[in-house]
Design a binder for this molecule. Structure first.
Ligand SMILES: NC(=O)c1ccc[n+]([C@@H]2O[C@H](COP(=O)([O-])OP(=O)(O)OC[C@H]3O[C@@H](n4cnc5c(N)ncnc54)[C@H](O)[C@@H]3O)[C@@H](O)[C@H]2O)c1
Ligand SMILES: [Zn+2]
Ligand SMILES: [Zn+2]
Length: 361
């Protein structure tokens, strides 16, 4: 049976998104059909619409979602209709060279649904990050569904499906922040604010938020930042050094993803410190650095894909911390909106009005 549902499609580069009826097939082997309850609007959806990720239009947008399993393929044993799940874009294969050497968080061959979802005329859609959840129902690989405590608020915990996990994990998993460290985060949107919360959760004693928008700095303070830097009127590197005894932070996380912000992260960290890139650059961006500085400053520069998370390990644990009141995921939900409001939500994101707009389906 084909399910006809309303969904948000990006038809072409830079063109506004539109709500259309799409066709979603019943799940085949290894697949699950999910009734989507909530889906956050991530900056990566906007990158897709702008053609900044690839040119495989039309895209079915949305990828930060929670929902309920409607049905599963005949061979799927660990999911059942009615299960409450967060969707993930890291269904690990277990067989690639990263998985085999015991580092499945770097899996090079993650699973997605094999059947396409299509426009009404049969044109295949490319689901954002293999999910496509600005839709009343979506088809994913069963491994993309992580069961969590059904008592949790879908709008809040669904954000673990991408941006909030990316930020928390950039601090906790990629940088390995630990008690007493100093951490600076450049760019405090949904991802950067989550990196602030992650650094605080891991016990960092100095947590510096950097943004160009005072509202973001205020929200970051609510999530655990101990100091803030308004990048509009400060030399960010000097300001980070001034707050860290003149040395620079142990860890600086770039949650913007531009050459100038990555340079701030590179020079804002202490000698032998770590700079983490979690913001997504676009293909034309080029970084120029004196090689002698790369050598002589020591330490590490690391990229963080999805916060180096393992959904099956990290989502249930973070939902537990949320349910215990130790991780304020509700603070990331700035507003709930309808499926027709995604284009307006992109505008709000670009104006800095929100951490996350969350579509409720
Ligand atoms: N690596 C991953 O797995 C992953 C996952 C999700 C999102 N992302 C990426 O992370 C980035 C942030 O996503 P988001 O949803 O938080 O976006 P957002 O638009 O909500 O936030 C970006 C923030 O950066 C601030 N900013 C912009 N330029 C700045 C500058 N020069 N200095 C300081 N602050 C600046 C903005 O004011 C805003 O608060 C995007 O590039 C997104 O694609 C990466
Ligand atoms: Zn693998
Ligand atoms: Zn995302």
């Amino acid at each position: 049976m084909v399910h006809q549902v309303r969904a948000v499609v990006a038809p072409g580069q830079g063109a506004p998104v539109q709500v259309e009826t799409i066709n979603v097939p019943d799940p085949g082997p290894g697949e699950a059909l999910v009734k989507v309850q909530t889906c956050g609007v991530c900056h990566t959806d906007l990158h897709y619409r702008e053609g900044g990720i690839n040119d495989e239009f039309p895209f079915l947008l949305g990828h930060e979602a929670a929902g309920v399993i409607e049905s599963v393929g005949a061979d799927v044993e660990d999911l059942a209709p009615g299960d409450f799940v967060i969707l993930n874009w890291r269904a690990v294969c277990g067989a690639c060279r990263a998985c085999k050497r015991g580092e499945p968080q770097y899996c090079f061959d993650t699973f997605n649904a094999s059947q396409p979802m299509t426009r009404e005329d049969g044109t295949p859609l490319t689901p954002a990050l293999g999910i496509g959840a600005f839709a009343e129902k979506t088809l994913v690989h069963a491994g993309q569904c992580t069961k969590v405590d059904p008592a949790a608020s879908p709008a809040a915990v669904g954000l673990l499906g991408c941006g909030v996990m990316a930020g928390l994990g950039a601090a906790i998993n990629t940088a390995g922040v630990t008690r007493g460290q100093s951490v600076a985060v450049i760019g405090c949107g949904g991802v950067g604010a989550a990196a602030i919360a992650g650094a605080a959760l891991a016990g960092a004693s100095t947590v510096i938020a950097v943004d160009l928008d005072p509202r973001k700095l205020e929200w970051a303070t609510g999530l655990g930042a101990t100091h803030t830097i308004d990048g509009r009127d400060a030399d960010v590197v000097e300001a980070i050094r001034a707050l860290t005894g003149g040395n620079g932070a142990d860890v600086v996380i770039d949650a913007v993803g531009r050459p100038e912000t990555f340079k701030q992260a590179f020079y804002g960290r202490d000698l032998a410190g770590t700079a983490v890139l979690v913001g997504v650059p676009t293909p034309e961006m080029v970084l120029e650095l004196p090689l002698i500085d790369v050598f002589s400053r020591g330490g590490a520069t690391r990229s963080s894909w999805y916060g180096d998370c393992l959904p099956s390990r990290d989502f249930p644990m973070l939902v537990d911390l949320y349910r215990q009141g130790r991780l304020d995921l509700d603070a990331f939900v700035s507003e709930t909106i309808g499926i027709d409001d995604v284009e307006a939500a992109f505008d709000k994101m670009q104006r800095g009005d929100v951490l996350r707009s969350v579509v409720v389906l």
